[in-house]
Design a protein around this ligand. Structure first.
Ligand code: SF4
Length: 360
């Protein structure tokens, strides 16, 4: 496990406004404004803010970490998907994906380096858990995505990158709140995903936020789901569905169930019928996500025609369903894949397994 070093300096994005003012104690108020604006409007580290006197910049450089360092970046041929791999202090690395759609630009952020949930088919899960990201490390991914999206406006943030967001609950919720206040991204433009950690789902329902909740379901019977998503053994489907219902009751927002379509595994008519039952019970929306093709893993995404048939079965049973487009199939689009292939290119390891839970 990689731990953040005990002496690690805070990222400037770890600090809220009061903490920043404390750090700049003795400076005039307008300096706090300048640094705050530099961080949250321009996305600039205080040590690079030329509006500040050189001595102050140098001082801040010794007090604040430069936490995210770009290791590599990939762009899809159509330019609609940009994937970045970041090195963190302490040796871990995480991925961020920026996706442009006709009417919005969305960033998918990581909340942990690695993941302890152990989904065997998943590049992130197979690499194991390294550490939680700090609030600043989560927000800094958004800062860089916003810069990369320009001149388009970054409108949406989804917590569907590496890691299980609810395993890092307090930091993720703090980051969500800061996105709303400091970055002025509306609650309805933010989605947090979970593989189904029921206690945290219940807690999240009581936070009083209008943030979206996506549950990576992938199977609607306990036997198959436990095979695909081992945490199902601890939090079986009925408990997950009950938590989704409570979330809807408390927030008025329906949950979405994410379903990576895997050829011959969870794309049969009976899988659709089971999912329809579960989704109908919890008034959930279903997102079908064609699994991104990846080398080194035997499972592939379902053929297009089968996905349509699957969607029709759901629609016929009154379930709202969206078939998501494959994103960035010409780059290492599945989450955890860029990190694996980047490490592979350095170690000559050939196997690049696929991330299922966050597959687009
Ligand atoms: S699929 Fe999601 S929850 Fe499962 S190991 Fe991968 S990142 Fe973790």
């Amino acid at each position: 496990m990689t731990a953040a070093p005990a002496e690690q300096l805070p990222s400037p994005w770890d600090l809220n406004r009061d903490q920043l003012a404390e750090l700049l104690d003795g400076q005039p108020n307008y300096r706090v404004d300048q640094v705050w604006k530099g961080l949250n409007e321009q996305g600039t580290h205080p040590a690079d803010l030329t509006v500040l006197p050189k001595a102050l910049r140098e001082e801040l450089d010794t007090k604040l970490a430069r936490s995210l360092e770009l290791a590599t970046e990939q762009r899809s041929n159509d330019g609609a998907t940009v994937k970045q791999l970041w090195n963190l202090s302490g040796g871990a690395s995480v991925e961020t994906v920026l996706m442009h759609y006709p009417k919005r630009s969305t960033v998918c952020v990581s909340s942990q380096a690695g993941c302890a949930m152990g989904c065997g088919f998943c590049a992130t899960g197979q690499a194991g858990y390294e550490r939680h990201l700090t609030v600043g490390e989560i927000l800094e991914q958004v800062v860089h995505a916003r810069a990369a999206a320009a001149p388009r406006r970054l409108s949406n943030v989804v917590f569907m990158g590496m890691g299980e967001p609810f395993a890092n609950y307090d930091r993720v919720v703090t980051a969500v709140k800061r996105l709303m206040t400091d970055f002025e991204i509306g609650a309805r433009k933010i989605t947090v995903s979970t593989v189904g950690l029921v206690p945290q789902m219940l807690r999240f329902a009581e936070e009083g936020m209008q943030v979206g909740l996506a549950v990576s379901l992938h199977a609607a019977n306990d036997e198959l789901r436990t095979e695909l998503v081992p945490i199902n053994e601890r939090h079986p489907i009925d408990d997950v569905v009950a938590a989704a219902q409570l979330f809807r009751d408390r927030t008025g927002r329906r949950v979405s169930y994410e379903w990576a379509m895997i050829d011959g595994v969870n794309d049969r008519p009976r899988d659709a019928a089971e999912l329809a039952d579960v989704a109908y019970r919890s008034f959930a929306h279903v997102n079908l996500i064609p699994l991104n093709p990846t080398p080194g893993w035997p499972t592939t995404g379902s053929p297009r025609g089968r996905i349509r048939e699957f969607a029709s079965i759901l629609e016929d049973r009154g379930v709202n369903v969206t078939v998501r487009a494959n994103r960035g199939t010409d780059i290492d689009a599945a989450c955890g894949q860029l990190r694996s292939s980047h490490a592979g290119s350095e170690t000559a390891s050939g196997s690049v397994p696929v991330e299922l839970g966050r597959s687009s």
